[in-house]
Ligand binder design. Sequence first.
Ligand code: PRP
Ligand code: GUN
Length: 187
Amino acid sequence: MLKILRESLLNAPIVHRGKYHYFIHPISDGVPRLEPELLQEVTDHILGMVSRDFDKIIAIEAMGIPLATAISMKTGVPFCIIRKRPYGLEGEIKLSQETGYSKGELYINDISEGDRVLIVDDVISTGGTLVALMSALKGVGATVTDTIVVIERGDGVSRLKEMGIDVKTLVRIDVTEKGVSIEDIHE
Ligand SMILES: O=P(O)(O)OC[C@H]1O[C@H](OP(=O)(O)OP(=O)(O)O)[C@H](O)[C@@H]1O
Ligand SMILES: Nc1nc2[nH]cnc2c(=O)[nH]1
């Protein structure tokens, strides 16, 4: 169904970051407010799409966090946040994140060999974030049971598919200066 997700995306405002048409949405920005019914709808749908054999949930700061929190509460599985600042803990892994409009560093803590992790995020655009994350997790020896992203735009999903990385998404959108259109939505 994803009725609320569909409606809210079609009404999402657009701002221009350079040439990049950036849509603003509660799931991807926490702006406008994120109504619990939307979070419920999206996380219930995610749980219907993934296998349950994960023992950690991984969220990328910032907007992966509400999704991971809701999934953690529903499943009782803990979640780790990949942060944008270092902690300097033993074993901390640093990786660089490049998206369609920003560059930065990401830091992984408390993921170790043998962990079975569910990766959840709000948006995939170029796929740059997930490409970096996947190689870092492989390096640690963690197993990714599913990678699920709510909103897909751009060629990131097909780029990762070519690399043998399967990313599941709930909705594929197109963004122009006129606004958001829905290309495909998971039923
Ligand atoms: O597919 P990509 O081109 O890598 O873009 C996707 C990334 O962009 C956003 O992160 P960002 O850090 O920009 O925003 P956030 O802190 O609001 O999550 C989003 O949360 C994804 O992590
Ligand atoms: N909210 C939001 N997050 C993004 N992450 C990558 N592209 C976008 C975008 O257009 N909007």
